[in-house]
Design a protein around this ligand. Sequence first.
Ligand code: ADP
Length: 627
Amino acid sequence: MNFFEKIRNKFDNYIFDSSLSLRDRTFVLFSSAMIVAIFTAMIVGIFLGEPITSTLISLGLVIFCSILLYFVFKMNRIKGAKILVAFLMVGGFQPVMFFAKGGIHCGGLLTLLLGTVYLIMVLEGRFRIVMCIIDVFVLGACWIVGYTRPELVVEYSLEADYVYSFAKYIIFTLVLIAVITFWTRILKKEAKVSEDKSKELEELNRAQNRFFSSMSHEIRTPINSILGLNELILRDTGISDEVAKDASGIQGAGKMLLALINDILDFSKMEAGSMDIVPVDYRIGDMLSEVVNMIWLKAHEKGLKFEVSVDPKVPAVLYGDEVRIKQIIINLLNNAVKYTQEGSVELHVESENTTDDRTTLSITISDTGMGIKKEALPYLFDAFKRVDEEKNRHIEGTGLGLSIVKQLAELMGGNVVVNSVYGEGSTFIFTITQKVSDATAIGELNIHNQSVARDKYEASFVAPDARVLIVDDNEMNLEVEKKLLTDTKILVDTAISGRLALEYAVQIHYDVILMDHLMPGMDGIDCLKALRGQTGGLNRTTPVVVLTANAGSENRELYNRSGFDGYLVKPVSGEALEEMLMKHISKDKLTVAGKMMRMKEDINTTAGYSRKLPVIITTTSMADIPE
Ligand code: ADP
């Protein structure tokens, strides 16, 4: 490789090295272009017979710039070279050019402008501003001296004036074209790189989401069988106490495992930034009812009082991610019950700063439990952090719950704060602003407690004339779900694929079809579509409930859009199956079990509300609530 090739290679390496800043690369390009430009101008000058001093100045500049660039390449000192050239430009090159090359004539203005453009394009930050200001003053001084002492400016003929100014115009334009073309090229390249990167990120995100949902699906499918079969054992009145105890243990562990999987999946989604918030219109009264119904029995079993008070002014229909808001409240209430041995747990809901289209919900969950030590408060919301481990050793938990609660709340623009007195109890306040879809106040909310206490299992209804089809590609799941419905006396058919389900659907009319989603060949959504438009089909209007291992609010949305009439997540309990079927089987085919003992307790939410005081922070209480 000869000398020029080596230089050329170095030049290319610098210009296209994306680890260098755009301005550093512009410096290399600009300086190289200037060398060529000055050299060309010098040759033109020689032909036009310009004074020898001018030729020598140009030659000196070409040699200086070349040596400078050589050292930049050799020693990698771009920053230093840029500063040196800037000072030489303002303090030497421009004034010398002004006086030696005809002042404001002979295209001198273009030379000066080229220098200033160099300062603007190559320097950065404050240094650039300072150098540009100095440049204006130096050039101003040149103008004044040139005007007051014209004998200091080398004079040129009119012909030279015209030829030089035209030659400089061409050179100036070529340098500018080179720099601008380079900038555009780099910008295009960088836009492409960032586009590729964001595509890559999107793909990664999609892959992660696929992984999360398939993980969730794969784990839930066998747990469905484990918990289902276990429920069948528990229902059996003939089992010994020992077996009943073991089966209860399996049930507890299974549910714990499920909660753990849910937490880990939520947590990884959050870490990957792929947790989606899916806002919908929701009735806050219904949501609170569901929450209360879930917690009430747990509190009751532990001998705790569960008080609920809801501000009657809360707007009836809000717009937000109902599933995630419910998850936060349930998580805080579960903790309250979990960490309280005696006394009460309270849920208090208030609506503040309500306008026509917005309201801020303030949801307070307090308990009279063990409380949290002052020194543990700063770490309370950290992932995997369980506080007071000594005392909590026997209470199951992962330390993920509160971290998820906090992150979810913040993702939705909300906030969670805690106030606790060790040994006396804790108060968690979750605030979130929601859009108002229907501003009618919910008024007095009577939550009818649906919790059913069963000493021994008994089907909630019998429907011997009803016929149900369960479609699932997992034989064990089909078996379990069928058996879970045995006591309802429903006639249950099972189909191992969507195709088989369609074959049955032209021969038998079903009251309800329970349909898995992910099945090889024809999936549940395609099967539903085929059912709805099936020629000669007897089930074109039969309610179809999706019974899937795909959890998550985004899936709920998908099933809603696809036209399913209900949504059940695996692992499914006999109770949940019965509840769903009861909704869809016509009343004349159903006989509700008379002996079933319902713990009827209407929870009046406003009675408590009127005597409710705002949370009091005493001097002994520790809180991260702002004063
Ligand atoms: P865990 O799975 O351990 O319950 P969380 O993240 O939900 O995880 O809670 C973290 C820790 O905060 C718990 O281990 C417990 O020590 C403490 N904690 C949470 N809620 C309460 C509460 N209501 N009363 C007392 N301590 C609580």
